[in-house]
Design a protein around this ligand. Structure first.
Ligand SMILES: [Zn+2]
Length: 416
């Protein structure tokens, strides 16, 4: 899908940059243009999705399962948690995280001088200033990241330095290059390779430290006996990377000359961390609904989505006048079509990363060692044992989530 804005053709990812514009009119027009484009394909995608649900349900029945949800839990190798745990987790997110984000949204409206936040008011910086520039080019991103990792622990800096010396970074965006960003373990040498499309933004800095966390994981598991031991499920793999995003924050001063920019970057990062959780809950709960109600039609599905999305704050926006767009928001989530039930992993790992960061703030050396010990296990142990080795719990209870949410909120308040 692409759209035309000011006589230029943009992909939807490129067009979403206009949502950061300080002019509200520019944001509103861009948002509506993007959503209109999505609505053009709405019916086609609904028909396709109807077919997918029927076929997936049949696969589950053929394999002797009651529904596709139960089938997928087995297929994804989820031995450490159940559908009930997922529901408990959703509920805890609703109770503990949504209120914090509601408060942050009120604060955002106040800072922007708006009565209500519309869906196009969520991405613009409340500072009234242009986007942060943490580095000038790919080379500087690599060098500053080595410096940042070195400040956490010289062992970590050394790992990135080895990668640089061996040409194992391809970070700058250029014409014709495939999109995306990832860490790729090279099976023969055991070294990691980091690929990304940097455009010198804050997002690129977080991508680099995120992929850097995966790279550390690759180094630490390189000598495990079996290849399968080196390939962790996402709940573990993303724990490595998401924890590194947070632990590295204390040394982000290498990317920013001005204290106010550093504070702004940390605030944006922490809000992103919290915002991940309700959206994951929405998508996960929606999938549970879809596959435990396999005979639903497209209208039922839209209704179910709306109810679930509202429970988790509906993007903390006012949708009056945008009802058609609201119902259709789920279609933007590729996972629903392509990798069913793969989504709750992000919230599990995010929660674990917050817990590791909390330990790290209290006892940096001990927490870092536990983190490295957990990573070194690869996938030789069950998930909950890997989490325990990292010094954290594999727990979705409201009490635990409240403890972690309160911690993040206090850290956010310190940056106010
Ligand atoms: Zn990752």
């Amino acid at each position: 899908m692409s759209v035309i804005i000011n006589d230029h053709e943009y992909t939807l990812e490129q067009a979403s940059n206009f949502l950061k514009d300080t002019s509200r009119t520019v944001r509103e027009e861009a948002w509506k243009t993007i959503q209109q484009r999505r609505l053009v394909d709405k019916d086609t995608l609904n028909l396709l999705f109807d077919e997918l649900v029927v076929m997936r349900n049949q696969v589950a029945l053929n394999a002797g399962f009651e529904n596709y949800r139960d089938y997928m839990f087995q297929a994804l190798g989820r031995f450490d948690y159940t559908p009930k745990d997922c529901y408990d987790f959703h509920e805890a997110i609703e109770k503990e995280i949504v209120p914090i984000l509601k408060e942050q949204a009120e604060n955002r409206a106040h800072l922007l001088g708006l009565e209500v936040l519309k869906p196009w008011d969520q991405e613009v910086s409340t500072s009234g200033k242009p986007a942060l520039k943490p580095f000038k080019n790919g080379q500087e991103l690599i060098d500053k990241s080595i410096e940042c990792f070195d400040a956490i622990d010289p062992k970590l800096g050394q790992m990135l330095a080895v990668m640089k010396a061996n040409n194992l970074f391809d970070v700058e965006s250029r014409k014709g290059k495939a999109p995306g960003g990832y860490n790729y373990p090279l099976a023969e040498t055991g070294a990691p390779f980091i690929f990304m499309n940097s455009a010198n933004s804050l997002r690129d800095l977080t991508t680099m430290v995120h992929e850097g966390g995966h790279a550390v994981h690759t180094f630490l598991t390189a000598n495990l006996e079996l290849n399968d031991f080196k390939h962790c499920p996402s709940e573990v793999a993303e724990l490595a990377s998401m924890s590194m995003e947070l632990m590295s924050m204390d040394h982000w001063d290498v990317y920013f000359d001005k204290e106010e920019d550093l504070i702004r970057a940390k605030r944006e990062q922490l809000l992103d961390v919290l915002k991940t959780l309700p959206w994951v809950a929405v998508i996960d709960q929606f999938q549970h609904w879809i596959y435990t109600n396999p005979t639903h039609n497209a209208a039922d599905r839209e209704e179910a989505f709306q109810q679930i999305y509202k429970r988790f704050g509906a993007g903390f926006s006012n949708w009056e006048g945008q009802e058609a767009e609201f119902k259709n928001i789920w279609q933007k989530q590729l996972h629903l079509f392509e990798v069913p039930f793969y989504y709750i992993e992000y919230a599990i790992a995010q929660l674990g990363a917050i817990a590791i960061w909390k330990n790290f703030k209290e006892q940096p050396e001990k927490a870092l060692q536990q983190y490295l010990d957990a990573l070194a296990l690869g996938y030789t142990k069950p998930m909950n044992e890997i989490y325990e080795t990292a010094g954290i719990k594999f727990d979705f209870s409201p009490k635990y989530i409240n403890e972690l949410a309160t911690f993040v909120k206090n850290e956010l308040d310190k940056l106010a």
